[in-house]
Design a protein around this ligand. Structure first.
Ligand SMILES: NC(=O)c1cnc(OC2CCCC2)nc1N
Length: 328
């Protein structure tokens, strides 16, 4: 095959493989067999090996780089990554609601309630649509550059359909419970200390100096915020989640738009038991004022937003099933 045809086939294979990966990893709806996928992936690798000058960082073959020496570089986020204030009961949620309504002079508002994924907050930076950097939250202002490890996470697109020179997508890197169970079984076989919980396992996997190890840990990512409204026409959290999904990020589908705090509380408690059936760990729910203009008017303290709060689930009681009844 001559170079023109080879290059055309390379671009076609990249597009097909990106599509198949999105269906397999992000939508969890594979449309071809693993064998068909592997054959196309191998063909792409063969062409790239014959023409290394055609390889670009957003090729699906470039997800797993090589070990870095030394530690991780520091990186200062364009917009600080806020953490969340915590509440532990309904009364404190009502107090939060009162404060928000007072500060907004009693005008109508809506809340968006999301599951609080128990992972690590990470900042993804895209320039002209290309994934260029992944950074831990760190102290909210300065984090660690873990780009090579983030690149191995299959639910993070290496390219998005957005041409802004700099856009920051924030979300949670997490380890699905199935991956966590497999990893700990392997560690026990290798007589290694098992990880205490999926969050620690995700943190340990992201801090590997060798991305080949990170790539084996089957991490995933739920997107939920932008770093500052970078000129994109988005007016609410609900719209933002829809846009992130359109960018082909995995967005957690379990969210609810509520008009009153009573509705928020009902939705939160609908997860008290159900959350144990989820394929990922959660440690609460995040309640956000939906409107971005109202968020801006409410503002932030140094570290936490005044327009959002984390409701923390009570710690999992050590439940043991005895004779089919649950004792704690
Ligand atoms: N762990 C989560 O699932 C989660 C964490 N944080 C946020 O929102 C940030 C964005 C701005 C203030 C808090 N949303 C979430 N769903």
């Amino acid at each position: 095959m001559d170079d023109v045809k080879q290059k055309a086939r390379l671009l076609e294979l990249r597009h097909i493989i990106d599509e198949l990966s999105y269906q397999y990893y992000t939508l969890d709806k594979p449309t071809v067999t693993d064998y068909e996928y592997d054959m196309m992936y191998r063909e792409l690798e063969t062409i790239e090996k014959a023409h290394p000058e055609w390889v670009t960082p957003d090729s699906p073959t470039q997800r797993v780089g090589s070990k870095i020496s030394g530690g991780f570089e520091k990186y200062t986020h364009d917009q600080p990554m806020l953490s969340l204030g915590d509440v532990f009961n309904d009364a404190e949620l009502m107090e939060f609601d009162q404060r928000v309504r007072n500060d907004l002079g009693g005008e109508a508002l809506e809340y968006v309630v999301e599951l609080k994924i128990d992972g690590l907050a990470v900042n993804l930076i895209y320039e002209y649509g290309q994934f260029v950097r992944g950074v831990t939250r760190g102290d909210g202002r300065v984090g660690e550059d873990i780009t090579n490890n983030v690149r191995t996470i299959r639910t993070i697109p290496l390219r998005i359909d957005n041409d802004s020179p700099h856009i920051e997508i924030r979300g949670e890197v997490y380890m699905p419970i199935e991956s966590f169970a497999q990893l700990n079984a392997q560690r026990r076989d290798d007589e290694l200390e098992p990880f205490a919980n999926p969050r620690n396992a995700a943190a340990g996997s992201l801090r590997q100096l060798d991305p080949r190890i990170t790539a084996q840990r089957k991490l995933a990512f739920f997107a939920y915020a932008l770093g500052g409204n970078v000129g994109v026409e988005i007016h609410s959290q609900e719209e933002l989640l829809a846009d992130l999904k359109a960018f082909r990020f995995q967005v957690n589908p379990e969210y609810c738009k509520c008009k009153t705090m009573e509705e928020v509380i009902a939705y939160i408690h609908s997860w008290d038991e159900k959350r144990d059936t989820l394929p990922y760990a959660t440690d609460g729910m995040v309640v956000k004022v939906n409107s971005f203009s109202q968020q801006e008017r409410l503002g932030n303290t140094v570290k936490i937003p005044r327009w959002a709060i984390a409701y923390k689930f009570p710690p999992e009681q050590a439940k043991t099933k005895v004779l089919g009844i649950s004792v704690s």
